[in-house]
Write a protein that binds this ligand. Structure first.
Ligand SMILES: *Cc1c(COP(=O)(O)O)cnc(C)c1O
Length: 498
């Protein structure tokens, strides 16, 4: 199976080429050229498999030029107990008969990005070998906080690669910042950008698209690739956990045969929820996909009105990994929802670039709203949700997951739909210790405490264990201090590589 660009001006390529390139040469995103379907009996058969085997099976349906042994080696290298703190890898916690949380943060960096970024280096290095590539791969990353660290952990000291991560200087939590600026490894570079995530992501996309930078790289025997969710190799491992969650619920009797489930996904760049869309398309019994936004609710407005408009105030929130106004992966959904009409998608993306907005036609809007539902939670609702979920269920959630839970409550109230729901839990509450500690322990208890004192206080107050990846940061030296303006990002890359 080949992959084509959402903008229709690049030739179709194999899965390994799509992963190696990251983004299509015409600036579009690679999507599978046909719908991949799993028969119901195949889904049932996956029941007996463990997480690694389930993931290998899902991957094999999309990455058709990888053989079984390569996929098995990749999943074994990624999803094991050196990297993840629980044997189930992606466990589902049920807090009531019809409400569940899919915990995706038991990997080394305590957020769901590990689910894809632990395996991406394995897939990418095999893709490089398969395509006969001899250049050194330079991974350029823009992060709203979690991708950066997860990509650094995944690619550190992977031979034949270098990784450069840009993060918004004022846009990440203190824990996220510490995780990145203390990163060890001989092939890693971490740079703060004066601006927000959208500035950072636009800067990285511009570097990818710049012919002179690419030519300079080429002369030095290097080529760019991406570890952001614009890379298909980032998205496809995420499809697997939706299958796994469904199968786990079936197994424990929380879902009857053929009974569908709703997934609620705290959304920023639309990558995670898009993986749920592909899982549904493959035949997984999913009813509604609920897109949960924070105060930066550009996606909620789009799903409700069909107009995408980024011309609005950008807010910094307690869920910084969702502080995004340009959701890259929506482009893939639009391609699928228009019956793969690259010309229309291309026109909307140009309008977005030029005017910051576009409006889809009524048919496309109708298609989107049949599958997706969206609402948002403001800061107070998010904090209240952390508190009430702890009080009602003795279950601690981070601010991103709290946005999801709050939006699920709104969904149920608005629609009366009582389909069993899985809230996708995207980060460990310890990773966002400041906000969580403030809610649980009160402002006086948390004032003037260091990040590590807050972790201890949170652990003492809840009886939960501090994840090793966060505890271990205490006392680590800062290794990366570079700060640049967004206009200087390109020069910074050239300096590093020369
Ligand atoms: C990245 C991230 C999100 C948003 O996911 P997208 O795939 O960008 O929609 C939500 N929560 C956390 C904790 C994240 O790190």
């Amino acid at each position: 199976m080949l992959y084509e660009s959402t903008r229709g001006r690049s030739r179709p390529v194999s899965a390994s080429e799509a992963i190696k390139l990251g983004i299509a040469p015409d600036g579009g995103l690679f999507v599978p050229e046909r719908v991949v379907v799993s028969a119901p009996d195949e889904i049932e058969r996956m029941s007996q498999l463990d997480y690694r085997q389930r993931a290998a099976l899902v991957l094999s349906r999309f990455l058709t030029d990888f053989d079984q042994a390569e996929l098995i080696q990749s999943v074994n290298g990624a999803y094991n107990q050196d990297k993840f703190t629980v044997p189930e890898i992606a466990p589902v916690r049920s807090v009531s008969g019809d409400m569940h949380f899919l915990e995706l943060w038991h990997g080394p960096t305590c957020a769901f990005k590990d689910m894809a970024l632990q395996i991406l280096p394995h897939l990418l290095m095999r893709a490089v070998a398969k395509t006969g590539e001899t250049a050194e791969i330079v991974i350029l990353v823009a992060t709203s906080g979690d991708t950066g660290k997860a990509a650094l952990e995944g690619f550190r000291d992977v031979s034949g690669t270098r990784i450069i991560v840009f993060f918004p200087a004022e846009g990440v939590s203190e824990m996220q910042r510490l995780q990145m600026v203390t990163q060890e490894g001989g092939n890693v570079h971490v740079i703060a950008v004066r601006g927000n995530f959208d500035d950072t992501q636009s800067g990285v996309k511009a570097i990818f698209a710049d012919p002179s930078v690419n030519a300079a790289l080429h002369r030095h025997g290097r080529r760019f690739s991406s570890a952001n969710s614009i890379n298909w190799g980032r998205l496809v491992p995420q499809v697997a956990y939706y299958f796994s969650a469904y199968l786990d619920l079936r197994e424990r009797g929380a879902l009857g045969p053929g009974q569908a489930v709703n997934f609620v996904v705290p959304t920023g760049n639309f990558g995670n929820i898009l993986a749920a869309f592909y899982a549904r398309r493959m035949g997984l019994p999913v009813n509604r996909l609920i897109c949960a936004a924070n105060r930066n609710n550009v996606l909620t407005d789009f799903i409700r009105t069909g107009t995408y408009d980024r011309n609005r105030t950008f807010y910094r929130t307690v869920s910084p990994s969702m502080d995004i106004l340009i959701s890259s992966n929506l482009e893939r959904l639009l391609f699928e929802m228009t019956g793969r009409d690259a010309a229309r998608v291309d026109a909307w993306m140009s309008a977005l670039r030029e005017n910051g907005r576009y409006q889809v036609d009524p048919a496309t809007r109708e298609q989107v709203s049949r599958l997706f539902w969206s609402d948002f939670a403001d800061e107070e609702e998010t904090m209240d949700e952390i508190r009430s979920t702890w009080q009602d269920h003795r279950y601690l959630i981070d601010p991103h997951t709290a946005v999801g839970k709050a939006v699920l409550d709104k969904y149920k109230a608005a629609t009366g739909d009582n389909t069993p729901a899985v809230v996708v839990s995207t980060a460990s509450p310890f990773k966002f210790n400041q906000a969580v500690a403030r809610v649980l322990l009160g402002a006086p208890e948390t004032k003037n405490k260091t990040e590590f004192e807050l972790l201890e206080a949170l652990a003492a107050g809840t009886g939960l264990e501090i994840p090793p990846g966060l505890r271990g940061l205490d006392g680590k030296p800062v290794r990366h201090r570079m700060v640049v303006d967004k206009e200087q990002m390109q020069q910074a890359v050239l300096d590093i590589l020369s």
